[in-house]
Design a protein around this ligand. Sequence first.
Ligand code: ATP
Ligand code: MG
Length: 174
Amino acid sequence: MKTKKLIIVHTGEGKGKTTAALGMVMRTLAHGWHAAIVQFIKSAEDYKYGEAKLAEQMEQLDIFTMGDGFTWNNPDKEKNIRTALETWEKCKEVTLSGKYRLVVWDEINYAIHYGFLDEQLVLDFLQQSLDLHIVMTGRYAKPSIMEIADLVTEMTNVKHPYQAGIKAQKGVDW
Ligand code: ATP
Ligand code: MG
């Protein structure tokens, strides 16, 4: 058995895609390495996410929240595409920086699914040999992305409190 830097995909309708990525971030930091999270879709104005607060406190963790909020509700598709491209530029910069052992491209699958980001751009970038782990999260991951990944997990929604009218909660959801 050998080791290899991994392309990891967390997709599916159930909760836990971003949370599981954060678990890997936590492990990476605990071992003394640096990690970064680049966030599509999510905006710094949505919630004060726990992960963003942690990044303020930890020199080893960087977070770049680049989204415009829940942009699929935003009819301005041109703007969504511009924002996704800027976020993608940040993903590439962070990934190639040499600083990080693990990077999370959070909600990138959504951005591709909604047509804000071209999947071919991502596939082409992932062709090169990269010396770090990359975690791509979000529903509706493209088959082509899952095909080139080393590890793909699909979260299944069995039950979610939202369906019982319970709203997102600090510490659990944000
Ligand atoms: P988390 O960030 O909690 O790990 P996630 O990344 O799996 O969730 P997203 O699709 O990014 O899921 O959804 C973000 C928000 O939507 C979270 O607050 C999450 O709790 C909520 N959510 C996730 N799955 C469901 C679901 N099946 N029904 C309703 N809300 C959900
Ligand atoms: Mg998520």
